[in-house]
Design a protein around this ligand. Sequence first.
Ligand code: GZL
Length: 314
Amino acid sequence: MRCKPSVLACLLAATFGLSATAQAMTVGFSQIGSESGWRTSETESIKAEAQQRGIELKFSDAQQKQENQIKALRSFIAQGVDAILLAPVVETGWDQVLKEAKDAGIPVVLVDRGVKVKDEGLYLTKVASDFVEEGRLAGSWLAAETSGKCDLVELQGTVGSSAAIDRKTGFAQVVDLFPRMHVLRSQSGDFTRAGGKMVMESFLKAENGGKGLCAVYAHNDDMALGAIQAIKEAGLKPGKDLKVISIDAVPDIFKAMAEGETNATIELSPNLGGPAFDAIDAAKAGKAVPKWIKVQGPLYLPDTAAAEYQRRSQ
Ligand code: GZL
């Protein structure tokens, strides 16, 4: 039991054996930033879930800087929160601050991305999709779509992030099975529309205006939407001259798909707050919690794009 500033509430809880969850829990949430439509949806979803559960959520937007996330975690620890949610911008550099949280008896739940740490006991669980599987699914779709013959370019996510590293790994595992599929160029667009557009412009310039290119694989929809803009400005038809596949399933990608400008997207649910808060409750009740609470999503194609856009943009 952690006694918070309201000592009376704490003493009453201790006296009547109320758990931290019966008291309004306080959870610190260190969010990466607002780099993509998906990230914004994730933030809104976790805030709404906390409100619905009567959880006091202390929110910190790191503007995509790890040092800001580490500062936020230290502030949450100093405030004596009951638990911490962390969406780690990159995989490494977390051991020390996670040890400080563990020493303070504060469980940390990773949401949407993972970390590489010496001791996995430093965090309670990870609520995230399998990025390697997402990459494999994207590669398999493209191989089928092109009968295993495609010279393509790749827009990677944030350098050092588990999402970018693993989506690249999974995609390459499939492409390597097809001698006539080649990733000609691969570079980070940092998961943003602007980044995707800028990098795609450089790819098109370097590849004869894109004439020989068969497809672009973008690690998220926002970079794909930026790339679509660049492809159109180069006088080519995205979705036809170049196949486009990406990940997230944000509403705007379905609009582009319905207009024939992109060909496939893989869904990543932004609703990670529920499983995260359930894991915290389970841990506080002394129940076992798996190290990875896996979130899965289907692949969407143009035949349902208009209906999906309608449903998701209400
Ligand atoms: C994946 C998440 C990625 C999204 C991007 O879980 O970390 O970061 O795919 C976001 O849209 O920027």
